[in-house]
Design a protein around this ligand. Structure first.
Ligand SMILES: Nc1ncnc2c1ncn2[C@@H]1O[C@H](COP(=O)(O)OP(=O)(O)OP(=O)(O)O)[C@@H](O)[C@H]1O
Ligand SMILES: [Mg+2]
Length: 252
């Protein structure tokens, strides 16, 4: 069965200007991310993982090549169409939490829903349900500064889920959480993927990587590893071992 690509890049390059020189972070990447996949991106710190996720999700522009999201070249899209695509089809959980400080927990989640164009009542109902799912009902009226780092991250994830986006990007979504909460987030992402949403997640954590059915490894701005993992099954003891051996044997 041929898979449909939800994201496709052609010679994707991203550089930053640093003084008189340029820092070439992403180097001519040709990547396809497939519909319904749970794709994980690993790589050492500074290898360009966050930069790649930003480029794939239209959060940041590229300096060369192109990126297609759901069949449309986002590097050539009109700003208005890009905004609509971002609001409706893409969700992003950031590495740093990024909540709006002047909105309550409830408002931070619901705001993105209103922006996506859905009816207010439906958005409010969904917001309530999401906050409950993450054990945050009692914190709905609190501001980000009144919440712990873990609570803020859970709000950020609830916010990303409000619009039923087709592709969910997550940059180390479990990094700031204790292991029980991290597990809950992974279970949620797994359930969303089971329901058909495509997920692209950056992580350093082997337990998180085990949830993926495909692992991409980034080194110095190039994809050097592409490991198919098959669908995640609970209690698959060999999975973590397989990833560990793959990374070790390639000496990355
Ligand atoms: N806005 C920017 N301006 C200049 N350099 C940047 C910018 N963003 C990232 N970089 C540089 O690009 C390189 C890759 O950064 P990136 O944040 O993508 O790494 P990463 O793989 O996500 O690392 P980590 O695992 O620590 O999060 C680093 O050398 C970083 O300093
Ligand atoms: Mg990063």
């Amino acid at each position: 069965m041929t898979k449909t690509a939800v994201i496709k890049t052609h010679s994707l390059c991203k550089s930053f200007v640093l003084g008189k020189t340029g820092l070439h972070v992403l180097k001519n990447l040709d990547i396809e991310i497939y519909e319904g996949d749970f794709t994980v991106i690993m790589g050492s710190s500074g290898s360009g993982k966050s930069t790649l996720l930003y480029a794939l999700s239209s959060m940041d522009g590229v300096t060369g090549g192109s990126v297609e999201v759901l069949g449309r070249d986002i590097t050539a899209m009109r700003p208005k169409d890009l905004e609509t695509l971002r609001k409706r089809d893409i969700a992003f959980v950031f590495q740093s939490v990024n909540l709006l400080p002047d909105l309550t927990a409830f408002e931070n989640v619901a705001y993105c829903g209103y922006n996506g164009g859905e009816a207010k009542k439906r958005v409010n109902d969904r917001t309530r349900a999401l906050l409950e799912r993450f054990g945050l009902s009692a914190d709905a009226d609190k501001y980000p500064s009144e919440l712990s780092g873990g609570q803020q991250q859970r709000i950020a994830i609830a916010r990303a889920l409000i619009n039923n986006a087709k592709v969910i990007f997550a940059d180390e979504p479990t990094g700031a959480l204790n292991s029980a909460m991290g597990l809950q987030i992974l279970d949620t992402l797994t359930a969303l993927n089971d329901a058909g949403q495509s997920i692209v997640m950056v992580t350093h954590d082997m337990k998180a990587a085990c949830r993926a059915n495909r692992l991409l490894y980034l080194k110095d701005g190039r994809i050097v590893g592409d490991l198919p993992l098959g669908k995640y099954e609970k209690n698959d003891a060999e999975r973590e071992d397989k990833i560990f051996r793959y990374l070790r044997d390639n000496q990355w």
